[in-house]
Ligand binder design. Structure first.
Ligand SMILES: Cc1ncc(COP(=O)(O)O)c(C=O)c1O
Length: 389
């Protein structure tokens, strides 16, 4: 027998199993209410499932065109125009992706060359930095303002260099739930104006903005849109995270580069779901009603937590609620966030995600994140358990 092969030299030596998978597995093992990973525990609209069945029965079962089913790209173009006033050509400026995760990786691989710098604002979604590293780029981490998680434009300006290829922004923001204002977007626009820096705008929570605030899509700002990949996810909007279908809107020259990479990593995305989504998008009510749907859940969850020693951080958007744990009446409040979350899952029966998981250096600020995309009964059960603290 020949000797076993040595482990391959890792392209991503610092990456392990994501915290989301770890906490979900721990939640299952201990029968905990899983408010960790961000996905709904309720079903999507049955009409959407029917639309998939109908698409399959109508024979939409073979490869669609590489950029995505034309009907879905057209529906997306109509939506961008109606919601954000952006005219985009479905043939040359919209691509259907396997969710936002593949969209962001593909955008990064399409434009980042070895040695290029890409600015990320921490805390940030965990795929950004490994994506940049896979492209041979260098992630330049700029913190959002501690405590408020608002963008610090002085620090962003200071991070710009002649090697900066792109900046990745995310509003509404995971994990903090903050939402960029019009003033923030104008500030970004002003900062980028003298540069050739590209923008990757992760807008997967675009329809989860509360209290009458408006989602300030990059699509509303022509001087930003001309340099941007705008990323959305049907998984978040229609409660179908497992379908993994998203979109990228970008000007034609950027889309052309995007598609060169896209065609060799997935080529195209499952056909019946695309047809079903195109049909379903004919009615804007589901995404128009989403803010109210999630705002009610946010309020239910926040009202429950208000009676505990968790200190609530603002929740302007997304389906996440962050809380400060430093005033809890248990000694475990002193644990590092990550150990606290494991203890909370095992002993109290509620899974949460430590904010330190969203920082490269594991910055610990005594804050954890709960996901409230859950049935009311699930949220009530979690609140009963959390009230012991
Ligand atoms: C900020 C952010 N970006 C991207 C994604 C990935 O979206 P998708 O499931 O469409 O790949 C998520 C999912 O949690 C997210 O929170």
């Amino acid at each position: 027998m020949s000797a076993p092969l040595p482990a391959p030299a890792s392209r991503l030596p610092n990456v392990g199993t994501t915290i989301f998978s770890v906490m979900s597995a721990l939640a299952t093992e201990h029968g905990a209410v899983n408010l960790g990973q961000g996905f709904p525990d309720f079903d999507c609209d049955p009409a959407l499932v029917d639309a998939v069945t109908q698409a399959m029965q109508a024979g939409h079962n073979q490869y669609p065109p590489m950029p995505g089913a034309p009907a879905l790209r057209q529906a997306m173009a109509a939506k961008m125009q109606a919601l954000y006033g952006l005219a985009c050509n479905p043939d040359t400026e919209i691509t259907i992706t396997a969710g936002a995760t593949q969209a962001i990786l593909t955008a990064v691989l399409a434009v980042v060359h070895p040695g290029d710098e890409v600015i990320v604002l921490e805390p940030c979604y965990d795929s950004y930095v490994p994506n940049i590293e896979l492209a041979g780029g260098v992630a330049v981490r700029v913190p959002l303002t501690p405590g408020t998680f608002r963008p610090d434009f002085d620090r962003i300006a200071a991070a710009l260099s002649p090697r900066t290829r792109a900046i990745i922004v995310n509003s509404p923001h995971n994990p903090s739930g903050t939402v960029w204002t019009e003033a923030d977007m104008l500030h970004l626009q002003e900062l980028m104006a003298p540069t050739h820096v590209l923008l990757i705008s992760d807008e997967v929570y675009e329809h989860m903005v509360f209290d009458g605030q408006v989602h300030q899509s990059v699509a509303r700002f022509p001087a930003l849109a001309r340099r941007a990949f705008i990323v959305s996810s049907f998984g978040k909007t229609y409660h179908v995270t497992g379908w993994k279908v998203g979109t990228v809107v970008a000007p034609a020259p950027l889309t052309a580069e995007f598609r060169k990479v896209h065609q060799f990593n997935v080529f195209t995305v499952n056909t019946p779901m695309q047809h079903a989504l195109a049909t379903y998008m004919g009615n804007p009510a589901p995404y128009r009603e989403l803010p109210a749907f999630y705002q009610r859940k946010r309020d239910l969850f926040r009202e429950g937590l208000a009676g505990t020693r968790f200190r609530l951080l603002p929740g302007e958007g997304t389906y996440f609620q962050c809380v400060d744990i430093s005033r809890l009446a248990v000694p475990e409040r002193e644990l590092p966030e990550s150990d606290f979350c494991q203890w909370l899952t095992r002993e109290i029966g509620v899974a949460a995600i430590p904010l330190s998981a969203f920082y490269g250096n594991g910055f610990d600020q005594r804050v954890v994140r709960f996901c409230f995309a859950k049935k009311d009964d699930t949220l009530r059960e979690a609140l009963t358990r959390l009230s012991r603290l």
